[in-house]
Write a protein that binds this ligand. Structure first.
Ligand SMILES: Nc1ncnc2c1ncn2[C@@H]1O[C@H](COP(=O)(O)OP(=O)(O)O)[C@@H](O)[C@H]1O
Ligand SMILES: [Mg+2]
Length: 424
């Protein structure tokens, strides 16, 4: 093997903003990569500057010239919407590694009904689901199938007109069907209860590598109360190469023929709910995600190599650092969260003491006086890793308590429900 010092560092470009770019960028920069960020959204521009160069869409309508000039080896997209940008074809043709599946392989996340069809084809349990293009059709479906449905966007995108709405009764469903935006239609998925868990793998070189089993605390308030917002308030990951809960075996490995057909390489996450003793797929994602992704990269000994080899569809050997079996992520939410219509002013953010775990700034800006300001409703993600769950939780809580923003809050009960997988 060539000596590390003789080969130039891997050049990586994050396509994203906020805590995603801050965390993923830092994790791979700390492991030796050269990191820059192409800012794909209008907020969260400050924290990526703490990692490396940043480039705005206004100044650079396409990242391609930057990718060529800076000899980027791999890009790491935050969400799937890169594929609908005018420069997506050029990106795929450029030969740069993309840490995401591309083309037809993206349909497993992008099109909810396609994921359902795949599950039918491979006999993977999936809740009863329907597509409706308007309110009349949706109400007909509900009349023919009088049961609670979760209302979702049929086509996934961070800018969808519909965000997942949980309905627990038929009457809840009927009420929400009067309110939702039908511009892209709705996907109605049978409500399966609360016994949820997730599992994340990397697919590369024709093999499936289990990484972690995870949980996301998606209800906005303690006790799993309130609404399910766009992003969770907390998350757990457990190192799980052996797939001890069977989620990969039951819900990902059966897809192998399609993974080959579609030339899938990249991350794949399944979110599932256990009902009547069986896991059912509610969604697949093709990203390591904002909540689990940074903790996964920190758990690996060789995150740069793993990301690069996955992007190139080469054989992988993810190696885990010893003694980091659990991770806990806590989100500090700001004024008005989870109701995105509510707006507050920019507010001072104070840190009392020194952090001894990762803290990733999301909607945070640097004031001219060098002080930090909270600029939106999702302020920061605090990530702690430890040999055991209790230690990871304790460390994350000790650190989030050092941050003060007026009107902000976090859940104090992460880890107390929904774990181990299958528990409610
Ligand atoms: N069929 C379902 N039954 C019960 N809860 C569901 C169902 N579908 C989604 N949920 C809940 O809503 C959350 C978000 O739904 P998901 O399908 O993952 O969409 P997205 O992540 O795109 O918002 C899930 O993590 C789960 O907590
Ligand atoms: Mg989801």
């Amino acid at each position: 093997m060539a000596k590390k010092s003789s080969s130039p560092p891997v050049a990586a470009m994050v396509l994203g903003v906020g805590s995603f770019a801050h965390s993923i960028g830092t994790a791979i920069a700390d492991a030796g990569a050269n990191v820059s960020t192409y800012l794909t959204r209008s907020y969260g521009h400050f924290s990526p500057t703490l990692v490396g160069e940043t480039y705005s869409r206004d100044a650079f309508p396409s990242p391609l010239p930057l990718i060529r000039k800076n000899k980027i080896d791999v890009v790491i997209p935050q969400s799937i919407d890169w594929a609908t940008q005018p420069w997506a074809d050029d990106l795929m043709k450029s030969g740069v590694g993309i840490f995401s599946p591309t083309s037809g392989a993206m349909r497993i996340e992008r099109e909810r009904d396609f994921a359902r069809e795949l599950c039918v084809r491979f006999k993977i349990p999936f809740p009863k689901s329907f597509i409706a293009s308007n309110r009349l059709e949706a109400e007909k479906i509900l009349a023919a199938h009088p049961q609670p449905f979760v209302i979702k966007n049929p086509l996934c995108s961070p800018t969808s007109p519909v965000h997942t709405i949980l309905c627990e009764t038929v009457a809840d469903t009927r009420a929400w069907l009067r309110q939702v935006n039908y511009a892209e239609g709705v996907f109605l998925q049978e409500y399966l209860g609360r016994a949820e868990a997730g599992h994340i793998v990397l697919i590369s070189g024709g093999e499936i590598h289990s990484l972690v089993t995870n949980q996301e605390y998606k209800y906005a308030f303690n006790g799993n109360m309130g609404i399910v917002a766009g992003a969770p308030l907390g998350g757990l990951v457990e190192r799980d190469e052996q797939d001890k809960y069977g989620l990969a075996r039951e819900l990902i490995h059966p897809l192998q023929p399609w993974l080959r057909e579609s030339k899938f390489n990249g991350p794949l996450q399944v979110t599932a709910i256990k009902r009547n003793g069986r896991w059912h797929v509610i969604e697949y994602n093709i990203r390591i995600g904002v909540t689990s992704g940074p903790m996964i990269l920190r758990m690996l000994k060789n995150p740069v190599d793993v990301v690069l080899r996955t992007a190139r569809n080469q054989k992988l050997k993810p190696e885990f650092r010893r003694q980091l079996n659990f991770g806990c992520s806590l989100t500090l939410a700001g004024y008005g969260y989870p109701f995105t219509q509510v707006r507050g002013p920019q507010l001072p953010l104070e840190v009392d003491g020194k952090f001894d775990c990762d803290v990733w700034w999301n909607e945070v800006g640097g004031g001219s006086d060098g002080n930090l300001m909270a600029t939106g409703q999702r302020i920061a993600d605090v990530n702690a890793l430890a040999p055991g769950l209790a230690a990871a939780l304790a460390k994350a809580y000790a650190n989030i308590r050092k941050i003060r923003v007026v009107g902000s809050y976090f859940r104090t009960d992460v880890g107390q429900s929904l774990w181990p997988p299958g528990a409610v």
